[in-house]
Design a protein around this ligand. Sequence first.
Ligand code: CA
Length: 438
Amino acid sequence: MPDFKELTDVKRTLPLLLATVAAIGLGQQGAIAQGDDNAARTPRVGGESFQAPAAPSAGDTPAETQAPNTDYKPLLPNQTRAPQPSQKTEVEVASVAKGLASPWALEFLPDGRMIVTEKAGKIRIVAKDGKVGEPVAGVPKVDSRGQGGLLDIALSPSFAADRLVYISYAEPREKGNGTSVAKAKLIESGGTAKLDEFKVIFRQTPTYDGDKHFGSRLVFAPDGKLFVTVGERSDKATRGQAQDLTSGLGKVFRIDTDGNAAKDNPFTGGEKARPEIWSYGHRNVQGAALDGQGRLWTVEHGPRGGDELNRPRPGVNYGWPLASYGLEYSGEKIGDGVTMAAGTSQPVYYWDPVIGPSALAFYDKDVFPAWKGDFIVGGLVSTGLVILKVDSDKVVTEERVPLDHRIRDVKVGPDGAVYAVTEGEDGEILKLTPKKSS
Ligand SMILES: [Ca+2]
């Protein structure tokens, strides 16, 4: 359910929240002093104190062992370098489909087949035996330069009845490009498939002539509204628009299936703002998933350091580029070089060095009992998966599953296995199951 109360609460309590965050920041010494009796069993990383992890499964050392790219310290407990679980989950990895050309997104069809987007602008259906089908006809032209292309695909919540699919893509436009969302009917007959009744329902604007930071993920909420995540087009000329409510750059949107702003969105009360906006101050959100309560979570690419996990709440500003735990690739600071800015929310969690978070899934099956209720993050830079156990909206453990491939998407299969899509010209779908003890 869209939560009026949450929205109202955020507006009412934002100053209080900020004051609290500021107090935590200023009172860090006090917070550490208060935990002194726990000091002996409190793991210390980089000179900062973690709150003792609440998870009984937590071990003593973080999964991340590399030196950070920045000198920034986390403002909140458990905000980075959470301990890895004491018991590692051993996985078996099988390749279940090969020969996909830069696959970008994967969804399971109700009959167990997979539907996959390829960056250059193709959609393919992968049979249960891994056979990759011919391209689906009727896919629009995409601008596949750089980070652009055919991006995410989502099935209508009532796909079995309406056969509707929703796609996001870098749309070539006059004087540039931009992320657009379209819906179409997937028609299959005689072994071929096509998109019918194709219709663009939403366009991120302004149009910009660039090849970076298109986002994007599509996630249907339990109320049938569609979350659309995008980027801020990366360049210094555009990134500031992540803070501009009259711009569509650097936002999470919430729309209906015709592309209209959801009526109970946070900026539909006559503000000088785009009514489709759900949250703002985002850099490049390429992972999004609902948790067990149906709440949206996202991962976004930071600059050098500063990849983030957020739980986007309505009307909340997630800080970019005013505050970041990362640096420019040149090593220069971002803006004023601060990790906290007034009126902005801290990330739930961040990574420094970056993992390159490409995708987010929520594990709600039983095949991996240790991961039940955890988030699974796809990593481009980390070439594997990151498993995050979250308790009370805080990360309590972080586990790494190396896969030796840049991971572009990750999904939980209907069979409870985890499926990871590898980046590149000869992309694969990897199936992860628990290693059988011998
Ligand atoms: Ca942020």
